[in-house]
Design a protein. Structure first.
Length: 244
């Protein structure tokens, strides 16, 4: 693979919902931030569907309250991790699809921010060792598919979305892609020194996690330790990584 060490330390992380990044890659983001990377987080949905499954009040007022709460929690988590900014695309929660419109939104930010690294959710389901239903939310799959399509070829190809070129957003080639939850893993990040930051960033999502946070913390620490054991480190997050 090519040497990317001389390129700008700018990373973009794209997820569907608040707390998706904290579950999947907060230790890595905190590690990168400590290493001088400017990290921009894009949340694709408006987070308005984040209430309990058995909620009966699903009015516009209730959905707005959930949106405001979850956005505030995401910003608080980002501050804990050390992110540069959080951008909300405000697509309807639960209905995200990898449409040309979503792709255009992501290309616009890729060309504006000019990241060297891109980290996103997997567009593919994983069936081994067992299909994890909650892990494969349709919004997660859609966010991954839209992000990878935006990266290549659209971000680097001026012929895609020519209106962006007319706005002065010139093509940009993203050099590295990291995919969390991918069916094939080929890369790990040692998060031994940032695992506690990951836990604290998850704690910021109180509306979703506070009621059972002790169990979540144990699960996250066990998961990180299991990953780390495969690479002779105390804690790790794992990805599929490739270069462009």
């Amino acid at each position: 693979m090519s040497n990317t060490t001389e390129l700008p330390k700018i990373a973009m992380v794209v997820v569907a919902h608040p707390d998706d990044a904290e579950f999947g890659c907060a230790g890595t983001m905190a590690k990168w931030a400590r290493d001088g990377w400017a990290i921009h987080l894009i949340v694709c949905t408006d987070a308005s569907g984040g209430g309990a499954d058995d909620f009966e009040d699903i009015s516009d007022v209730a959905r707005h309250h959930i949106t405001v709460t979850r956005k505030a929690e995401q910003r608080a988590a980002a501050k804990i991790i050390g992110l540069r900014e959080v951008i909300f695309l405000d697509q309807p929660d639960g209905l995200l699809a990898p449409t040309p419109d979503l792709r255009r939104m992501l290309v616009r930010h890729m060309r504006r921010i000019k990241p060297t690294r891109l980290l996103c959710q997997s567009p593919d389901r994983t069936w081994k060792p067992i299909y994890a239903i909650g892990r494969h939310h349709p919004d997660h799959l859609a966010a991954g598919a839209a992000t990878i399509a935006a990266m290549y070829p659209a971000s680097q190809n001026g012929w895609d979305f020519p209106e962006l070129l007319r706005e002065g957003l010139r093509p940009h080639k993203v050099r590295e892609l990291y995919v969390m939850g991918a069916p094939e893993i080929n890369h790990f990040e040692d998060i031994t020194d940032t695992l506690d930051i990951k836990i604290e960033s998850l704690r910021a999502h109180a509306s979703q996690l506070a009621a059972h946070f002790d169990a979540i913390e144990k699960r996250i620490r066990d998961w990180a330790a299991t990953n780390g054991k495969n690479y002779d480190v105390a804690a790790a997050e794992v990805f599929h990584r490739t270069e462009n």
